[in-house]
Design a protein around this ligand. Sequence first.
Ligand code: CUA
Length: 433
Amino acid sequence: MANAYALGEAASRTTVQVDALFLFIGGVSLFFFLLVEGLLIYFAIKYRKQKGAEGVETPDIRGNFLLETVWILIPSIVVASFFYYGYIVFRDIRTPSPGATDIHAVSRQWLFEFRYPDGRSSINELRVPAGSPVKLILSSDDVIHSFYIPAYRLKQDMVPGQYTTLYLHPDKAGTYDILCAEYCGVAHSTMRAELIVMEPGAYAAWRETQAAPAGLSLAEQGKALVEKSGCLGCHALEGKEKIGPNLGQGFGRKVLLADGTSVTADEEYLRESIYDPKAKVVKGYPAVMPTFKGSLSPDDVGAIIAYLRSLSGDKEEDKKKEGEKAVEKEERRGKEAPSAQKGKALTETLGCLGCHSVDGSGRVGPSFQGLFGRQVELADGGKVTADEAYIRESIARPKAKVVKGFPDVMPDFEGKIPEEDLSAIIVYIKTLK
Ligand code: CUA
């Protein structure tokens, strides 16, 4: 019944609701438009001046109480009904759905990343089973983006430093477009993703085929987060200090702040310092750390704190244990030899794929496919072979040698990617023949 309103077959109950509202407002407006314009034309013809007729003076009408009451009341009721109906639909769309699955959606110039509760994540693809409501927790890593699913008639801003939410009711299996609906830079128009709604059975089968998220402990997850989030660009673990305090022995220590007060570096202080680094700056260090609100979820922060705690624990172990740790570390490094698979994952998490395709299609930057070993023409007219040295330089300092025909917009990654990650990315690019 309700479906009767939907323009096309309804993908979601929100589609039906919004369409019905739209048609109601459109229909009522059209009715009054035709009524008013129709009467205008009718009267203009009926009471036009007849050819050769004498001019007749318009009668002097001073008002009609009943008529005036009616033409004030009816439009007021109509307009109030627009508001009330709109409010009901809005309230329903914004009401939390019991049992909804929380999925984080993070936007970055110029892609969407989805993070699922079981630890999986995906780029530009949101896959959900039909019939189960989803709560999307939206945030942005950089500028304001807007999360828009035309088929669901839903749109919500993604704001840096703030969570916004959107409830999805994926009622019908299918693939639907997700677009960015807020101008966010050169590649705004290519910033799109897919919502893939699968039948519950098919979804369960698909999940089986996915590699289970590695069963990492909280601290191990934190270690990975610290490495991939760029913390180590400014914080050393131990030894010679970089821009910020060392992470190794920080936990639980009393620290002196720039404003002369002191604070214990406990969980709460670390959480605050990750989300709002300028709130309590340690004395003697520049207040230059960016906020990680939006890019590190509360869960991420919990894992990082667990890792920092484990680091300070290391300090108390005796030399022998430390020696064993070093051996273990060496072994782990061996295991983490640059692999194309790791490089692939890195290009996703670092956001490279927002601007570079891997299938030869042109986006903001050159495609990674067939890049390695090719001669490329530069913006300054020179030529260079895209070998390992060139790719390395272009990641560290993209502005040094810009490829002809592409805008000079890539950010600098110098010092932000650990050496082994850089090698992995290059190994990955080499595989894209
Ligand atoms: Cu993101 Cu427009």
